[in-house]
Design a binder for this molecule. Structure first.
Ligand code: BGC
Length: 454
């Protein structure tokens, strides 16, 4: 072979060895990492921990850990895990199952929610209502890890789910919401969280994710499905005029990217929160939304564990409205199905073959709101369609109950630091307790107005 020919032969194999540069917020190193180890210009590969280095905008000094160090990319490339089909929850967690992750698994019932519901039913005197209320304990909802202190509960649930699937032969899935971003709920107040960007919140968030990952690693036999950070990315699409959101933009993206990558590394099937039809479904918002979600998917190296998007979380929209609620006027995507059917192809076109889950936990009654943007403890709401994989849409993996119905959306007490005026609007049930705490009268309405009835 001539020198020239051997050079050509060498060049021919180079592309299979070289990797493209990682995108901003993408992974660029860490133990076991075999992808790109350099970053696109304008970002620097920054070590977050031994397992994860990330391309952060600008200089390495923007990293949250102190002091940031430039990553030493893994020198021992490993092959990417093979894709293939698996059954139930018994797959090794590094191998994504083909198809819908809700199929073949039974949702583990949160003991916390079951206890809330049991106590609520006990407090009801009307025997018919009491029986209906008690039956809600058997309907699966998601567990919100809304503070670091709740993470150990996940370990308990995984252990219980693992034992249950061994004794029953029924593979279980534990459903969680990852919800602890620094400067959380940047455009509202009711769900402001425990971390602030100004006080090292990004590093604290990474530690929160690491703690979740550590729990999940202990139970590789149990499937986990997660909704990622309700409202956060949607706020970056429409609320950058709010100073707190503008200030949080870089941190939110870095934190969500970290969550996506770390949770994918332990086999968690994830759906990023995508607001709802009345938020990102408007013609002016849907394209920028698709762009952002596709970028986030790519920052997770297009992992199959980033399965898609969650819509209508803790909201009240119908999946398929019998007729458009008058408040939706001007938005062609007047229900979740229209929104998903519009957004799905835009995402696919950008390389994100997203599937969806839709919260219908409190969507049983329609045409309740004064304005579509109202979200706080809406009067007259009823429990909605039960969780199912029988969704009627090939884009929708499951109808789910993400918001545990009966937990408040926000306090109506105007002297609370987390008081949001939305919770004192005329269509908000009052008086209401703090977000996430039990709201008995609201629960009783959800039960009595359930559609289909309980
Ligand atoms: C609250 C969380 C709570 C969740 C589910 C959110 O609005 O901020 O604390 O866990 O709702 O009820």
């Amino acid at each position: 072979m001539s020198k020239f020919a051997s050079l050509l032969a060498l060049l021919a194999i180079v592309p299979s060895l070289a990797y493209a540069q990682a995108p901003v917020y993408g992974q660029c190193g860490g133990i076991g990492w075999s992808g790109a180890t350099t970053c696109v210009s304008g970002s620097v590969c920054t070590k977050q921990n031994d397992y994860y280095s990330q391309c952060l905008p600008g200089a390495a000094s923007s990293a949250p850990t102190s002091p940031p160090t430039t990553s030493a990319p893994s020198s021992t490339p490993v092959s990417t895990p093979p894709t293939g089909t698996t059954t139930g929850g018994s797959a090794p967690s590094s191998t994504p199952a083909a198809g819908n992750p809700f199929v073949g698994v039974t949702p583990f019932l949160s003991p916390y929610y079951a206890a809330e519901v049991a106590a609520a039913a006990d407090a009801i005197t009307d025997s018919t209502l009491k029986a209906k209320a008690a039956s809600v304990a058997k309907i699966p909802t998601f567990t919100w890890l809304d503070s670091v202190a709740k993470v150990p509960d996940l370990g308990t649930y995984l252990a219980d789910a693992s034992a249950l699937q061994k004794s029953s032969g029924q593979p279980q899935v534990v459903q969680i919401v990852v919800y602890d971003l620094p400067d959380r709920d940047c455009a509202a107040k009711a769900s402001n969280g425990e971390f602030s960007i100004a006080d090292g919140g990004q590093a604290k968030y990474y530690d929160y994710i690491d703690q979740i990952v550590a729990q999940i690693k202990k139970f590789p036999d149990v499937r986990v499905i997660a909704v990622i950070e309700p409202d956060s990315l949607a706020n970056l699409v429409t609320n950058l005029n709010v100073q707190k959101c503008a200030n949080a933009q870089t941190t939110y993206k870095a934190c969500v990217t970290y969550a996506l990558n770390q949770l994918a590394s332990v086999g968690v099937y994830q759906y990023m929160d995508a607001g709802h039809a009345g938020w990102l479904g408007w013609p002016a918002n849907i394209q920028p939304a698709a762009q952002l979600f596709a970028d986030m998917f790519k920052s997770a190296n297009s992992s199959k564990f980033v399965r898609g998007l969650a819509t209508n979380v803790a909201n009240y929209n119908a999946l398929s409205a019998a007729s458009p609620d008058p408040i939706t006027q001007g938005d062609p995507n007047y229900d979740e199905l229209h929104y998903i059917n519009a957004l799905g192809p835009m995402l696919a076109q950008q390389g994100f073959p997203a599937q969806f889950v839709v919260d219908q936990g409190r969507s049983g009654q329609q045409n309740l709101r004064q304005q579509w943007g109202d979200w706080c403890n809406i009067k007259g709401a009823g429990f909605g369609t039960r969780p199912t994989t029988n969704t009627g849409s090939s884009l929708i993996d499951a109808i789910v109950w993400v918001k545990p119905g009966g937990e408040s959306d926000g306090t109506s007490n105007s002297s609370s630091p987390r008081f949001d005026s939305t919770c004192s609007l005329s269509d908000a049930t009052q008086p209401a307790p703090e977000a996430g705490t039990w709201f008995q009268t609201y629960f009783e309405t959800l039960v009595s107005k359930a559609n289909p009835p309980l």
